[in-house]
Design a protein around this ligand. Structure first.
Ligand code: ADP
Ligand code: ADP
Ligand code: SF4
Ligand code: MG
Ligand code: MG
Lengths: 268, 268
């Protein structure tokens, strides 16, 4: 069983990429679970069609024991779908839904085998509390960071690299690669690749900006389901092949602010 | 003394707006302090020219008593500048620099008078831990939320509204207004105004997208300093007038996901 975490700045395209990745792996017959670790709780929406299970936090709020069927949905490609949910803002740690979720999934035996892939889709604006848990020993072995060519997204990616370094000595996850998600900037692919190499990793895929994403969303579907013959779907399937092989994780070398600014400046 | 917090999604334009607001108030002879509450620790950069004081967290790491001159810089318009700083990602709460900063500033007597305005520039992707502190009783009385017309920014703005509701019963801050910061989307001003009204507030300013921001940045200056005769500088000065009057704070009514999606859909 391979555990993989996909991190990145909020809104950068993590859930779109993770759901398409899960769909592609599921369609190949792999047994996949996708765990949404973002208070936005919409990570698995594109796999679940219209159906919505309760988030783990919502379930816990009801005060009863949390059962498998309460929180685990079966989506497109037979992907198992779970959402951690988010606490009321200002009330406790924003990441505690994630902590609770990983605990409960452990108790329900989901880490004991029976799955080929567990994909964590994790908010990466702050790497702390529950948001740092998927990086820890016992959870994801490999982390992919989604970024665009924008300074803000690369800054967050660099911050996530710092988080990886903090957990590395305790058996935490390694950086398996950078996934570019295009925002239509000039020289974007080059900028992302330059960033990846500077931290000691590589850009394992560049996902172009595509209207098929929005079209699929309106139908409540991933691009892999909505437009399987498209080149966009092919990009996600190729990413699935890369991720399934995986295994070249490194300890990243985070950049100093000046180095990061230089990479962005060269891309402009 | 008026304490004001400016919240919003990371990268949305908080620091640009707050620094220009501080500069405008400072140029009118008001005594202003700007406190950067974002691990990015660059809130006051445009006011401080090239100079950089230590962040509060960096100072604490040295293990010695933190003195006023270690952490407080004097910037353009005589604005006092402080940066909370950020802890190593993955090591403890991402907001603890903010908690430490507010404690230390209290001990140094900065809340005892002598200032007309304290402006908190606060990361708003998660409203928890230190990031929620400026909303609490004893700190900001008024919150302004910076947003664009993008779903992700409005989602964060709505989340910040939820945080305000969590603290309201304990004497926390009220929502004084929504500040639009344009990203060049169609119908953006209308979308932001519609959001503001739906949560029971109003859009108090719309800051257009402007190349003068980048030009000023390259010179290490706010637009108010770099291009005082420009219409962009006039927008920031007008915002300063609105903020200086202030006082129409409300308890916001956060939107359900479907309501928020509808506002964005109508704007498209
Ligand atoms: N490759 C892409 N092309 C076009 N739009 C995209 C692409 N990837 C993501 N998006 C859009 O960006 C928005 C944010 O993506 P999402 O996956 O929800 O981000 P995150 O999970 O990182 O918050 C979505 O509304 C989606 O439609
Ligand atoms: N009105 C504007 N027009 C053009 N660029 C802007 C404007 N406001 C902000 N920016 C740019 O957006 C980037 C992010 O702004 P910043 O104030 O640092 O965001 P935040 O403090 O919310 O993270 C900055 O590089 C700045 O140049
Ligand atoms: S650890 Fe992180 S998520 Fe938890 S309260 Fe602190 S800032 Fe918020
Ligand atoms: Mg997501
Ligand atoms: Mg800022």
């Amino acid at each position: 069983m391979k555990q993989i975490a996909i991190y990145g700045k909020g809104g950068i395209g993590k859930s779109t990429i993770t759901a398409n990745l899960a769909a592609a792996l599921g369609c190949e017959g792999r047994r996949v679970m996708q765990i949404g670790c973002d208070p936005k709780q919409d990570s698995t929406r594109l796999l679940m069609g219209g159906e919505r299970k309760e988030t783990v936090l919502d379930c816990l709020r009801r005060g009863e024991e949390v059962k498998f069927d309460d929180i685990v949905g079966r989506g497109y490609g037979n992907v198992l779908c779970v959402e951690a949910g988010g606490p009321e803002p200002g009330v406790g740690c924003a990441g505690r839904g994630i902590m609770a979720t990983l605990e409960i999934l452990r108790k329900l035996g989901l880490y004991d085998g029976g799955l080929d892939f567990i994909l964590y889709d994790v908010l990466g604006d702050v790497v702390c509390g529950g948001f740092a848990m998927p990086m820890r020993r016992g959870f994801a072995e490999e982390v992919y960071i989604v970024t665009s060519g924008e300074y803000m997204a690369l800054y967050a990616a660099n911050n996530i690299c710092r988080g990886l370094v903090s957990f590395s000595s305790r058996g935490g996850a390694r950086l398996a690669g950078i996934i570019g998600n295009g925002r239509g900037l000039a020289h974007e692919e080059k900028t992302i690749a330059a960033f990846a190499e500077s931290v000691g990793s590589q850009m394992v895929a560049f996902v172009p900006r595509s209207g098929l994403v929005q079209e699929g969303e309106r139908a409540g579907q991933t691009v892999v389901e909505y437009a399987p013959e498209s080149s966009q779907a092919a990009v996600y399937r190729e990413l699935a092949r890369v991720v399934a092989q995986g295994g070249r994780g490194v300890l990243p070398q985070p950049l100093a602010p000046a180095e990061l600014e230089e990479i962005v400046r060269r891309g402009l």
